[in-house]
Design a protein around this ligand. Sequence first.
Ligand code: 5GP
Ligand code: MN
Length: 342
Amino acid sequence: MKYNISNIIDLLNKTSNNIIIITHDNPDGDAIGSVLTMYNILLKKQFNSINIVLTSNYSNKFDWMPNINKVLILNHYNYIKICKKILKANIIFCLDFSNTTRIHKIEQVFLRSRGIKIVIDHHNDVNIKYDFLYHNNLSSSTTELLYDFIHKLNFEKLMDINIRNCLYTGILTDSNSFQFTPSKHKIFQIAYELVKSGVNNNYIYDKIYHFNNYSIIEFFGYCFYKKTHFIKNDNNFLICIISISKEEIIRYNIINDETKFIINYPLYINNVKLSLLLIEQSNIRTKISIRSKRNVDCNQIAKKYFNGGGHKNASGGYINMQLDDSFILCKKIFSDIRSCII
Ligand code: 5GP
Ligand code: MN
């Protein structure tokens, strides 16, 4: 059944149980901020047995966030138990993704579940068969959308400081500290309202960006010294590719999401317009993250070559090959990407 907003208001004003909240693999600040916002709202509505399921671990920089210790992180041992919960769910919130490839580890069980699927997202590659979709790809983040959604539900009185902190974290991180602002002034208006009502923006900035320990700096040094390759493009700009194996991630004790910080640095170089990060996921799968400067559209690149998508200056996808072959493929592709310059 397709629900409209008033059906959803009715649904969420009746206390229900067996709720699952999920987000995309390798959760970032927007993913974590979104699931915790929803979790904390539902707790206030007296919902029972609410479970947040993460398909991979989160970075320690989110340790301070309210109720983060309640999340279930999928692993080899709890896989069956979590699948049963998903199958039994009455409502499943899908936050910060709308394409099932982004939850590939639980994709099949998710598709079989009959729970009401409420999708809130700002990506433009929707493939989920949803019951309710709250979507705008001109939002900086899912948390920006959730801020509106909470108002549409008339739940704004439930927004305590914990929930506001979760919302602010998502907006801050997905906009890359207010650099990517597709919703123009709206993001600033929401940030203003959150800060005015008590969010300590400096505290959150420190938690997120001044969090790193020495091992990540060592890891960055290693990557820049040993693992960085530049390709000169026909358009006379440089493309940077960094590829990282599973073994290196383990050796430097890095959580997946933390590796992503590195991708922004090559863009500090004036004639680098594209930065790519390849991360080995398995013998047959490599994750790719793509970042670009303003007029280079990485969303098109991700869609065309990497089964992915995203936003104009920040996208991602995957390659069904092992790391070294993926690297060779990228070198080939990126010797000519004329069509993606707009
Ligand atoms: P990241 O590089 O941080 O994993 O992803 C950046 C953005 O790219 C995400 O916010 C999302 O919009 C998009 N993205 C990343 N991976 C995928 C993917 O596998 N499929 C799709 N459709 N989009 C992705
Ligand atoms: Mn997001």
